[in-house]
Design a protein around this ligand. Structure first.
Ligand code: SF4
Length: 376
């Protein structure tokens, strides 16, 4: 009997999950800057609500591995400060990278100075993304939540400096450091592509981030805080949220969690109005897309202003080759169905672990359009 891999060996993600659960970030009970992605989630943490769900997010764990490798190498090769702690009474965090300018670096021992100082003190946050989100990264850059997080880090360094704790006392002695620049470095988890977005530190945005925290702190209970996502099954942030049951409850069997948002007929009425308005937007958007698709049908691939036009599809369609399959059945001493039936034969070959012979047809797959943002 052939044992399935699962019976031979436990999933390696079990080990990854257990190690992840021991990391300080996973055990911390104070609000972390990286928790500011959702107001409701931040409120659960601030109110000390116990986690209701154990979630294993391979994507997040992969992100942690990539961070650890890249920041360790950036420290080694560039002399950047990495994984430095910042904190005040409201929030704490671990800053991926700080690249000091020359004047600030000179106040530190040589071992802590960057090999090439930045023109201005720069706080950097590394974000890993899937290839599916990559176009959004190139087109829209950092999200509001990502900008909020990195501005909180920068603001903590500007007002309190580095946290006074073992391993970074010499940095803490610098006191407040005048961070001038923000850098978000996006890494594609699937192919390693890199995109860097640099902006000036924005005091207004930092103040808004503080105000965001204050608003969460003022809630009397987590339920007063806004849900910033649409719930499990619709937003991955909820699928992997350790408070998802507290937030959405347990729905009736077979019903989605979002049914909890409907309490009475008025809620249904408003939901239908929202649906109708969204449908109008969708129809308007689809008409524009359909028109553009036909307009550019004869246009070659290439860059057009801020976008790149790409064409996909148009490949020959393959189908199982019946004559070759009959030969293969003979060779493998399998019984050919009395009336040759391609679908059944594909099933038998697949079950027997044999490759299905294919042949090209004269048909072609549909031609698909892809428009991606252009970046220098
Ligand atoms: S389940 Fe979603 S909406 Fe609720 S706290 Fe978590 S992330 Fe926020």
């Amino acid at each position: 009997m052939t044992l399935s891999p699962a019976r031979l060996s436990p999933s390696i993600w079990t080990a990854a999950d257990q190690a992840d659960a021991r990391r300080p970030r996973s055990r911390q009970t104070q609000l972390g800057a990286s928790d500011t992605v959702c107001e409701r989630r931040a409120a659960y943490i601030l109110h000390g609500h116990p986690r209701t769900d154990h979630v294993v997010s391979p994507a997040a764990i992969l992100g942690t591995y990539i961070h650890a490798g890249l920041t360790a190498d950036a420290k080694q090769e560039f002399g950047w400060l990495v994984e430095r702690k910042v904190a005040d009474t409201a929030v704490r965090g671990s800053v991926d990278i700080v690249q000091l300018d020359d004047a600030t670096a000179r106040k530190l021992p040589t071992r802590l100075r960057p090999k090439a100082p930045a023109e201005a003190v720069t706080v950097e946050d590394i974000k890993t993304k899937t290839v599916w989100k990559w176009d959004d990264v190139l087109r829209y850059g950092a999200t509001e939540a990502e900008l909020r997080q990195v501005h909180l880090y920068a603001d903590l360094i500007r007002t309190d400096g580095f946290e006074d704790r073992s391993g970074q006392r010499v940095l803490a002695r610098l006191g407040p450091v005048d961070v001038r620049q923000i850098r978000l470095r996006f890494i594609c988890r699937d192919n390693g592509a890199e995109h860097v977005q640099e902006i000036d530190f924005d005091p207004q945005r930092a103040e808004e981030a503080r105000w965001w925290l204050d608003r969460v702190a003022e809630t009397a209970s987590p339920e007063e805080a806004r849900r910033d996502f649409n719930g499990p099954g619709l937003d991955a942030a909820c699928d992997f949220c350790p408070f998802v049951t507290a937030c959405w409850g347990v729905p009736a069997p077979g019903r989605p969690a979002q049914t909890t948002l409907i309490h009475n007929d008025m809620d249904v009425e408003q939901a239908l109005i929202d649906y109708s308005e969204a449908h109008q937007l969708f129809v308007r958007g689809k008409r524009v897309k359909d028109l553009v698709r036909k307009m550019v049908d004869a246009s070659p691939e290439g860059r057009y202003g801020p976008n790149i036009l790409k064409w996909g599809g148009g490949s020959p369609v393959e189908e199982p080759d019946l004559a070759k399959m009959i030969e293969q059945f003979d060779d493998a001493e399998l019984t050919v169905p009395q009336m040759p039936d391609a679908a059944k034969m594909v099933k038998i070959l697949t079950a027997a672990g044999l490759a299905v012979p294919m042949r090209e047809t004269s048909r072609r797959t549909a031609r698909t359009i892809r428009i991606v943002p252009y970046r220098e």
